[in-house]
Each structure stands twice: as C-alpha cells, then as structure tokens.
Design a protein around this ligand. Structure first.
Ligand SMILES: [Zn+2]
Length: 275
C-alpha cells in the first residue's frame, strides 16, 4: 500500500499540473464514473485542485464534482504530455483526464468514485480516517487519544490502521518504531503517553521530509528513495525496513523480521534497540 507521503506527492504533482486547467477529455473503465460523466460531462469543467486525504486522493472540479481515488496496493497516477508514450499498457488505464497541457492517467486504481461536496462530508471512508500526519492541521491530541483507545493489538498493526492515524504505510511503520525504540509486538495499551507522543513526534517530521518535490514531475508515483536515515547513499536510506539479517546501523545487532497479522505485512526490528 502506498504510504501517505506517496499520495501527498501524487496530489501535489497533479495539483501543479492540472489546477486551473480545463478538462478537454475524459475516459474511464469504471461504470459509476462513466454514468456521471454521461449525465454531467467532466469535459469543460475546470480542475480546481488536487489534495490528499489520508491515503485517498481527491481531485476537485468546477460545478461541485470531486473524484476520489484510493490506490490500495496496486494503483498509481501518472502524468504525461499529450502524445507521450505511457509507461503502462493502455488496458491498465482506469481513469484518464485530458487537458491542453497534460494527460493524467490512473492505472489499476481499484477504488474511484465521483462525489459532491455534501457527500464528501458523509463519506464513510473519509469520515473514519484518523488525524492525517501529513496535514498542516494534524491534531496530535486526537491522535494520542485514538492510540490510547487502540486496545491490546500490537502497535505495529495499530500504526497501519488508518482510523487511528492516517498516512502510515509499512515502510514508515517499521522506521518509526525503530526510531522511537519501541518493539513492534508491544500491545498498544502498554505504551505510555510519553511513548505515544515520541512516536508521533518522530513520525510527523519523518513523513513530511519525504514529501518534497520529486525529481521528475512527469511520473507522480514515487517508489524507493524514501529516506529516514539522513544518509546520502541510497542503499543506506532506511534503518530497519527490508534489512532482515543485516547489522543494526546503531548497535550492530542483527535485524529481525516476521510476518504477522491478517494481511501479513513484514515487520522489521532491532531486538537490542527496540526492547
Ligand atoms: Zn540496534
């Protein structure tokens, strides 16, 4: 699943490219979207802006229409110049928005729907989101409250629960726990307020530092190159994620890994730094 920073970057790149532009063409593989487009065409509307909401990406059009997409594991948004060859096959296209200057394409996005502003306020998917770590209005007290109410589930699982805090994916889950010195298996209910606060205060700057403009504006998806160590070399960019059996960058102990939980996301930790 893309991390919140990926969605944030995608939204920022789409916003830079599309905001203020008039839609000149629209195509989709989703019946619900096609139906709305038939009744009230997207063509001719102006893109008002693109913004992330947790792991959802919202594109607002004039005339009170909002496109919500969720990437889940497989989806991605790309930006191309008109006529430019796509990096994915056309059969993977789910949503395509044309303007004079750009073609924005969502590939294999599993969730997409059109909403009105009033639906957005009621949308269950969005209403249940916890405080968004990447939002400038991040509500730390609310996040602490939700962590305190998360019960006995392991903290590694709780950090991925978007109803507790929104934006953390599997890479950041592991890195945040390492940097906070917290063992991934600890039941959330055993964490002190101080530990929860430390985790959030680690997570916010870490995730925000990964949301700067990408190197290429054309491809708005963003894989790899996520950095939590402040080291320049790409192979040293993470503390524990993906490093099973390698020495801890702090203490030299071997990094452990395990797959736990219903969706079997890999967890990595240093047994000495995270007791
Ligand atoms: Zn260590």
């Amino acid at each position: 699943m893309p991390e919140g920073d990926t969605i944030f970057r995608a939204a920022a790149a789409l916003h830079r490219a599309l905001a203020g532009q008039v839609v000149t063409g629209f195509d989709t593989g989703f019946a619900q979207l096609a139906r709305v487009h038939d009744d009230a065409p997207l063509t001719g509307r102006t893109v008002e802006g693109c913004a992330p909401a947790g792991k959802h990406l919202l594109i607002r059009f004039s005339g009170d229409l909002i496109l919500r997409t969720h990437m889940r594991m497989s989806g991605s948004w790309h930006l191309y110049r008109p006529g430019e060859a796509w990096q994915r096959p056309g059969r993977d296209m789910r949503v395509r928005i044309d303007t004079n200057d750009w073609v924005a394409v969502a590939f294999t996005v599993p969730v997409a729907e059109f909403l009105r502003a009033r639906d957005l306020a009621r949308s269950r998917a969005l209403a249940s989101l916890g405080p968004d770590l990447l939002s400038p209005r991040f509500d730390r007290d609310e996040a602490l409250g939700r962590l305190a109410a998360a019960g006995t589930r392991p903290i590694a699982e709780v950090l991925l629960d978007q109803r507790v805090v929104a934006g953390i994916g599997n890479v950041f889950k592991n890195e945040i726990l390492f940097l906070s010195g917290i063992h991934p298996d600890r039941p959330a209910s055993t964490l002190s307020d101080e530990e929860c606060g430390r985790m959030l205060d680690t997570a916010v700057p870490l995730m925000r530092s990964n949301t700067g403009p990408g190197s290429g504006a054309e491809i708005v998806t963003y894989r790899g190159l996520r950095r939590t160590t402040r080291r320049a070399r790409p192979e040293e960019n993470l503390w524990v994620y993906g490093r099973a059996g390698k020495p801890c960058r702090r203490c030299g102990h071997l990094i452990q890994s395990a797959r736990r939980g219903l969706d079997a996301r890999a967890t990595y930790w240093c047994p000495r730094c995270q007791r």
